[in-house]
Ligand binder design. Structure first.
Ligand code: UDP
Ligand code: MG
Length: 331
């Protein structure tokens, strides 16, 4: 456990959040001031194409605890948060969305739990108004599936709203995989974990930046990055089908050699060919998912590129943070 007085870092990823960001900042800073004066807020502008960058610049100019990281383009939510983690100096670090769906006041409960000695305190949603039934159903199915397949269980109904101790943040910083599902990675890390229940609110303004396409990609990352079960299923089914195919061959050869009755039966062959052909394509696809990930890891590109940093000067060497240089490639 880190000694008191702690510095609390809060990371807020922002992608086209001009409609909410000022409101979010007001509510977040009020909540944080009530917890500890010793905090910093790191807004990560994930390549927004609206006025988000400008608004963040203004917030930063108006407050010594606000820092802004501008990524060189849209790298995606998980990477934006990872960038924030690299720059956060706090003894405890909180991840929170920019749209006020995660109430900032809950951070107080999280800090209390952290002071009790827990290293990871994740928010667990008890209620999710304003989400479509479809989103709720798919999210639920996703957690069930991933917990079935993966070696590391992910707690149900959690998002990325969580507090992490410095020890956990340092561990995460050593995990540089490109396909990231932070909530699964924080489970993998271990340490002492606790949940804080909260009611997830509706998005304050603006639209979700997570269309179905991105959600599916995230789900796939969660499964493929944390489980080799799909590969095992492929092998097992492959063997089973080969065995059936072998029987079929004996049968066909028997017919051909010992009877006159060998022209009929093409239907069966046709179906078998189709079936096995189809399965092979599916299996190639599964292999491809893994090989694609090996490929992107092998390229070993930086996770993100920073275009601009605002407000980090005062805290350069804080808390053993390994700090990249300006406009840097962070490995
Ligand atoms: N976000 C981001 N980059 C992206 C997409 C989203 O930084 O490419 C941020 C977004 O600004 C918000 C958080 O990630 O702070 C969660 O996004 P959103 O609220 O749109 O997702 P939802 O709550 O609908 O799942
Ligand atoms: Mg949201």
């Amino acid at each position: 456990m880190s000694p008191i007085p702690p510095l609390l870092s809060v990371i807020v990823p922002c992608f086209n959040e001009e409609e909410v960001i000022e409101h979010t900042h007001a509510r977040l800073s009020a909540a944080l001031r009530a917890i500890t004066p010793d905090h910093e807020i790191i807004y990560v502008d994930d390549g927004s194409r609206d006025r988000t960058a400008e608004l963040l610049g203004r917030l930063q100019a108006g407050s010594p605890v606000v820092r802004v990281l501008r990524l060189a383009r849209n790298f995606g939510h998980q990477i934006a948060v990872s960038a924030g983690l690299d720059y956060a100096g706090g003894h405890a670090v909180v991840l929170i969305d920019a749209d006020l769906q995660d109430p900032p006041e809950v951070i107080g409960d999280m800090v209390a739990k952290w002071r009790e000695g827990f290293h990871v305190v994740y928010g667990q949603r008890t209620d999710r108004p304003g989400e479509t039934r479809f989103k709720l159903a798919t999210a639920r199915a996703f957690y069930r599936l991933i917990n079935r397949l993966s070696e590391v269980p992910i707690p149900l109904d959690t998002g990325d709203f969580r507090l992490m101790d410095r020890a956990v943040v340092d561990a995460l910083k050593r995990m540089r995989e490109k396909h990231r599902l932070l909530r699964a990675m924080t489970s993998w890390v271990g340490f002492q974990q606790a949940a804080v229940p909260y009611k997830r609110a509706e998005r304050f303004a603006g639209d979700s930046k997570y269309p179905l396409r991105k959600m599916l990609a995230l789900a796939l990352d969660g499964i493929v990055s944390f489980s080799a079960v799909p590969l095992k299923i492929v092998t097992t089914v492959g063997f089973a089908f080969s065995a059936v195919a072998l029987l079929g061959i004996f049968y066909a050869v028997g017919l051909r050699l010992f009877t006159d009755n060998w022209v009929p039966g093409w239907t069966l062959i046709f179906i078998a060919v189709m079936l096995i052909g189809g399965l092979q394509f599916i299996f190639l696809g599964v292999m491809g998912e893994y090989i694609g990930r090996i490929y992107s890891e092998a390229k070993d590109r930086p996770l993100f590129l920073v275009m601009e940093e605002l407000g980090f000067d005062g805290r350069r060497e804080e808390a053993g943070r390994s700090r990249p240089t300006v406009v840097s490639a962070v490995e």
